[in-house]
Structure formats: structure tokens, C-alpha cells
Write a protein that binds this ligand. Structure first.
Ligand SMILES: Nc1ncnc2c1ncn2[C@@H]1O[C@H](COP(=O)(O)OP(=O)(O)OP(=O)(O)O)[C@@H](O)[C@H]1O
Length: 303
């Protein structure tokens, strides 16, 4: 009989050292006649300083997850924590503080990120004024952010005097104004052509690398998601797989390895092509084989 390895020592709490912890997160939308399970027990950890791209088919739950992390929507069940803030039990007052100081949010529609009659400088200044920060500090922060994002030349322009890409880069500056722990971006390049979208995505990578901002960005664009160190795929309201990329070589190529995500109950989603290749259906044989686990069809010899 095959001996089992020794059990590991007692483990610390799930995600104890992570900035973002989603643990078995559930969000059910309920209306008079229908119930939609937008998040169905989603687990996700993001560490401080990381940049993570979220990808997935339309309706897989990406925006729902971002809205929960942004503190604008509350989960139905499970645990969500960002920088020590428990998002399941935020009071009204805590919610205001959380949205003002802990997270920054960039939306797809540039018009929802900016104010039509304010210049870039005034818009980036606004969240800091509301937070009561001194004038001199605000001024140097505005200059620094617009400079890092390559839109210093837009400081005195209103949105209709900027290109779509410039507007989104100013939107990133607005979201970062109060130095949030986490920057969230929901398809920030969705309304832009691919070249301008790549520039905006590069700006997100810059704020991650140069300002140390932790970034979670939803994108449909496989080209841009391939530029980040970690891409998490969401399927049917759960994280299903992750691609982790190494540092770029001198010629710009990066190694990439794809992992299936295992939840805390040990459930793993097998890729559809594997299931189809071996005609794996409802039941499979699972065996511990030294340093790996085998999964076989239940129709093999001996079955
Ligand atoms: N307010 C709502 N009321 C009812 N159902 C909703 C609501 N918001 C989202 N849903 C449903 O929840 C599921 C997940 O939606 P969500 O917007 O999170 O997906 P998504 O992955 O962001 O999609 P897309 O890429 O199209 O933006 C979908 O089935 C959607 O129809």
C-alpha cells in the first residue's frame, strides 16, 4: 500500500500575508424572477506590489469581483479583505473612508473617470482636497503623478482637449491621488484602439514598477495581459487557472507557465481539452503516484 507523506505543520490563516484576500466569495444577484450567481466561491490572493490581470469570458464575474473589491458592492457570502479591511462588514462611514483612501478605481468609460469642466490638474487635485491635504503637498503630488503617467503636458486641459489615451492616463492619476493601497481598473483600454490601449496598459505597468502601486486590472486583450507577471482567468464566477511569467530576457521573451487553480477543498478544474481527449466524464480514478497525482478514466481495465 502506498504510504502518504507526513501531514504539513499547522498552517497560518489563508492569505494572512496578502494585501487582497478573497476566500470562497459568493455574490448572488436576485430579482423578482431570476437569481444569478455571479461569484460562486471565488478564491484569490494578491500580494502588495503585484500587478495582476484578470481575464475571462463575458459574464464570468470580473466586474462583480472588482465592484466588491472597490467597496461599491457587498458579497453575499464568503470573505473579502483588502489591506486589513473586511469588506463584508464595512459600515457606511468605513465605506466612505475605504473608497477615498484604500482603493483607487479606473473605469472603462473615460467620461465616468473625469469631470468635463475641470482641467486634469483640478481633477487630480479634487480627491486630495476632499481628504483635506495641504495645498503645497497637493500641488507637488499632481505634478509627480501627471509626469510619471506621461501627461504633464495635459495639466491645464479639460477632457475634451485630450485624446482618449491621455484621458485614461489622467484617470489613473486621479485614482492614485490619495495614495491608495490598491489600484483597480475595469477594462481601462476597452474604448481605445489597440495602440493607445497598449500605451495606457504601459502606464499601469509604470505606476506598478515606479510607484510600487498594487494593480488589479480586468482586460479582454490577451496581447496586453501577456505583459504582466500574473494573469488569473475567471470562469463561471471562480478562478480557474493562472499564468505566471518570468522576467523578460534580453530579447524581450518571457517564460510562461500555466497552472490550474486548486480551491481549499481540493477542487481543480481540468482543462476541457484534457477531459475531451481522455473522455473523462462524471467519475475519474485519482491516485497518489509518488510526487504527483494521476487522474484516469473510470472505464479503464479493472473498472
Ligand atoms: N446588477 C445585476 N443584476 C443581475 N445580474 C447581474 C448584475 N450585474 C451582473 N449580473 C450578472 O452577473 C454575471 C456576472 O457579470 P459581470 O458583469 O461580473 O461579468 P463580467 O465578467 O464582468 O462580464 P463582461 O466582460 O461582459 O463585463 C452575469 O451573468 C451578469 O448578467
Amino acid at each position: 500500500m502506498l504510504g502518504l507523506p507526513d501531514p504539513p505543520p499547522a498552517r497560518p490563516e489563508f492569505g494572512h500575508d496578502a494585501l487582497v484576500v478573497c476566500d470562497n466569495l459568493v455574490r448572488i444577484y436576485q430579482s423578482a424572477h431570476v437569481e444569478v450567481q455571479a461569484l460562486q466561491g471565488l478564491d484569490l490572493l494578491v500580494h502588495a506590489g503585484e500587478m495582476v490581470a484578470l481575464v475571462g469570458a463575458s459574464g464570468s464575474g470580473k466586474s462583480t469581483l472588482l465592484n466588491v473589491l472597490a467597496g461599491v458592492d457587498a458579497p453575499t457570502a464568503g470573505r473579502a479583505r483588502v489591506a486589513g479591511h473586511d469588506l463584508v462588514s464595512l459600515s457606511r462611514a468605513e465605506q466612505v473612508h475605504y473608497r477615498r483612501h484604500v482603493v483607487g478605481f479606473v473605469r472603462q468609460q473615460t467620461a465616468r473617470n473625469l469631470v468635463p469642466y475641470l482641467t486634469a490638474r483640478q481633477t487630480v487635485d479634487l480627491p486630495m482636497t476632499i481628504a483635506g491635504r495641504p495645498r503645497a503637498e497637493r500641488r507637488s503630488r499632481v505634478d509627480e503623478l501627471l509626469e510619471v503617467l506621461g501627461v504633464g503636458h495635459c495639466a491645464e486641459r479639460r477632457p475634451d482637449e485630450m485624446s482618449g489615451g491621455e484621458q485614461q492616463r489622467v484617470s489613473i492619476a486621479v485614482a492614485l491621488a490619495n495614495g491608495p493601497d490598491l489600484l483597480l481598473a475595469d477594462e481601462p483600454t476597452g474604448e481605445l484602439d489597440s495602440e493607445t490601449g497598449a500605451e495606457v496598459f504601459a502606464a499601469l505597468r509604470t505606476v506598478n514598477a515606479e510607484l510600487g502601486a498594487t494593480v488589479v486590472v480586468v482586460t479582454h486583450d490577451a496581447g496586453v495581459s501577456g505583459q504582466v507577471a500574473r494573469t488569473v482567468a475567471i470562469r463561471d464566477g471562480r478562478t480557474s487557472s493562472e499564468v505566471v511569467r518570468g522576467q523578460a530576457d534580453e530579447d524581450g521573451t518571457r517564460t510562461a507557465e500555466e497552472f490550474a487553480v486548486m480551491d481549499r477543498a481540493g477542487r481543480v478544474q481540468l482543462p476541457r481539452e484534457y477531459r475531451e481527449a481522455l473522455d473523462l466524464t462524471r467519475r475519474v480514478r485519482v491516485a497518489l503516484a509518488g510526487d504527483h497525482v494521476e487522474i484516469r478514466s473510470d472505464r479503464e481495465a479493472g473498472g
